[in-house]
Design a protein around this ligand. Structure first.
Ligand code: M6R
Length: 607
């Protein structure tokens, strides 16, 4: 993971390196550091902990420069302490790195044998030492030194280098990890993502695998792996920098939860045309040619895939499976050219998902990306892209991106079912009308947030929480549990209601809170029976249901949150919202760092 930034300018860069790192902190926040070249010498400052700690250090001991690199770290090799923070600096070079060098140990051994000492436990320091050797011993020029070093490395990396004696020249390269270049007036930029560049420049391009960029304040020259000068497509960024602020909210997560009615309206406005009865979608694979759908993602995105499996099989009658990206390619799955593979990812940069996508591309051209970041690696490597249009999501816990993933998957589901004549025009119209209800339903739930806050008090003294759902709400129970553990550090597990009696019921006693999702539906009574079994064992049930469900559950528990009644197919989207609020308010009670929970990062760019 980690975020890297580089600026070459005719103006001082340190403040802007920090601004850039602020935008990149979602990629890791274990430590941060910057390096510049000033009066021909490399100077640097780094600090363990969040970016604020580096900022304080720089206030006490400022550094200057017209060229600089910066890094925010998610620890892979070595603890999150200052020695392991980037940049890694030698006499002639400073480097920042995002990724993992898999064969670093063999180089480290060889260098140690030559008497070269290491300060850190990182894989990255090896790169700095290898480049230093090339420059000082083999007398290579900096670009050549980097190129020869990179050739030997295995793993994934995005790297940015500055060099002693060079105040207007940096080198950037990548393999596996993303890297974007930004073009300014008398200055140029490098960053792990285009979003952070949007505060400096609207014109960007993306480096391709093994590209090298030689960057000065006036010029960027890109070389491919064979050393040929190449040009890469330019893109214009439309991100409004205002989107990157918390506005009136305390946390990005809170803002992202509360903006869902508006965001969902925008998504509906994009994909449903004016008459509201027709879809206006990006180009998508031919429905009639699809024999099977395989949905792939990680974490919350995987739970979207699981929900979609229920939808695709029941409405479109297409055999569908949902796969964890990190497992998929290592278990020799059978993929055929008639399969449609759908990769779901908020960031579009998740290494496990990219790995699965590259594996799948060997078997089929039917690769569809459902991503929130439209210029991400997953989008660029797919044949079709269906954007979730949720806008930038900064909080580590995925909220609006999840509901928009569900929305887009449901729209795709309706399109496939309609194209395959599995539903009539009337049924399609009713489904679309149902979707149009969502912004209102979301607002209704959000207006009752105080009631959810009260329910959360039930968790504060417990060590663990169970989430139960049946049928299409089972994946939502899994998502609710993930959200809670991720930001409140409370242990939580999601189960299919019917599975409780096959083991987890042993956990139930009077200290165990259990969040049950049970609106009126074809499985309502079955789940109610499961919940009676919990009550008989004195479990503390917190029930999320609708009006009819509430009437039928009044003897079950007093802790009920009533959601508006809606069609069955909307419940996964709707019931996600109170679970996001439960996680958020519990985390507030516990005093955890909601937007940057420990050990996590927003974009998981390592396997
Ligand atoms: O960017 P992606 O959607 O590919 O990320 C996948 C997961 O890492 C992500 O959903 C993670 O589980 C979230 N932090 C959950 O809130």
């Amino acid at each position: 993971m980690c975020g890297i930034i580089g600026i070459v300018s005719k103006k001082q860069v340190v403040d802007r390196l920090i601004d850039g790192l602020e935008c990149l902190e979602y990629r890791g926040y274990d430590s941060a550091g910057i390096a510049t070249v000033n009066n021909s010498e490399i100077v640097y400052s780094k600090s363990a902990g969040k970016l604020d700690s580096l900022k304080n250090k720089l206030k006490q001991k400022p550094i200057n420069g017209y060229i600089g690199i910066g890094h925010t770290r998610w620890a892979t090799h070595g603890e999150p302490i200052e020695f392991n923070a980037h940049p890694h600096v030698t006499k002639s070079v400073a480097v920042v790195h995002n990724g993992i060098i898999e064969n670093f140990a063999e180089f480290k051994d060889a260098l140690l044998k030559k008497g070269i000492n290491f300060e850190s436990q990182t894989d990255t320091e090896v790169i700095a030492k290898l480049v230093e050797e090339k420059i000082s011993k083999e007398k290579c020029r900096p670009l050549e030194a980097v190129r020869l070093t990179i050739k030997k490395l295995r793993g994934s990396f995005a790297l940015c280098f500055i060099f002693r004696g060079h105040e207007n020249f940096m080198v950037a390269t990548r393999r596996g990890s993303p890297l974007a270049l930004g073009f300014g007036d008398g200055e140029n930029f490098v960053s792990s993502d285009a979003l952070s560049l949007s505060i400096f420049s609207k014109k960007v391009c993306y480096l391709e695998e093994d590209d090298f960029a030689k960057i000065t304040s006036d010029e960027v020259i890109i070389y491919d792996s064979d050393g040929n000068s190449v040009s890469r497509d330019m893109h214009t960024l439309y991100t409004d920098p205002v989107n990157l602020s918390k506005g009136k909210y305390k946390h990005f997560m809170e803002k992202e939860i509360f903006e869902q009615p508006e965001v969902i309206s925008q998504v509906l406005g994009t994909y449903l045309n004016a008459s509201k009865e027709m879809l206006s979608l990006p180009p998508l694979p031919q429905s009639t040619e699809i024999k099977r759908i395989i949905l792939i993602g990680c974490g919350t995105a995987f739970y979207s895939c699981l929900v979609a499996k229920y939808w695709f099989e029941s409405l479109s009658s297409i055999p569908t499976q949902a796969e964890l990206a990190s497992e998929f390619r290592y278990r020799s799955p059978v993929v055929s050219k008639d399969d449609l593979l759908i990769f779901v990812s908020q960031s579009g940069e998740t290494a496990d998902t990219i790995g699965a996508l590259r594996f799948a591309k060997e078997y089929t051209k039917n690769i569809l990306a459902i991503v929130n970041v439209e210029q991400s690696s997953i989008a660029r490597e797919s044949n079709w892209v269906f954007s979730t249009k949720a806008g930038p999501e900064i909080g580590v816990a995925s909220t609006k991106a999840f509901t928009c993933q569900l929305l887009v998957l449901k729209i795709l589901n309706i399109k496939l079912a309609s194209d395959l004549y599995k539903i009539t025009a009337k049924q399609r119209s009713n489904l679309l009308k149902g979707l149009l209800e969502l912004p209102r339903l979301f607002s209704e739930i959000l207006s009752q947030n105080e009631n959810i806050k009260k329910l959360c008090k039930k968790f504060i003294s417990s060590n663990s929480v169970l989430y139960l759902g049946r049928d299409i709400l089972y994946p939502i129970a899994l998502e609710g549990a993930l959200k809670l553990k991720e930001i409140s550090y409370l242990h939580a597990e999601g189960y299919a209601s019917g599975e409780l009696k096959h083991g987890p019921i042993a956990l139930i006693d009077k200290s165990m809170p259990l969040v049950a999702l049970n609106p009126w539906s074809k499985v309502f009574e079955k789940t109610l029976s499961n919940l009676e079994e919990v009550k008989a064992r004195r479990g503390r049930i917190i029930l999320l249901t609708d009006k009819k469900g509430r009437e039928l559950s009044k003897d079950l528990t007093k802790s009920i949150f009533q959601l508006p009644s809606c069609s069955d197919f909307l419940t996964p989207i709707l019931y996600s919202l109170p679970l996001q609020l439960i996680a958020y308010y519990t985390a507030l009670d516990k005093g955890t760092d909601v937007d940057q929970p420990r050990n996590l990062a927003k974009s998981v760019t390592v396997e």
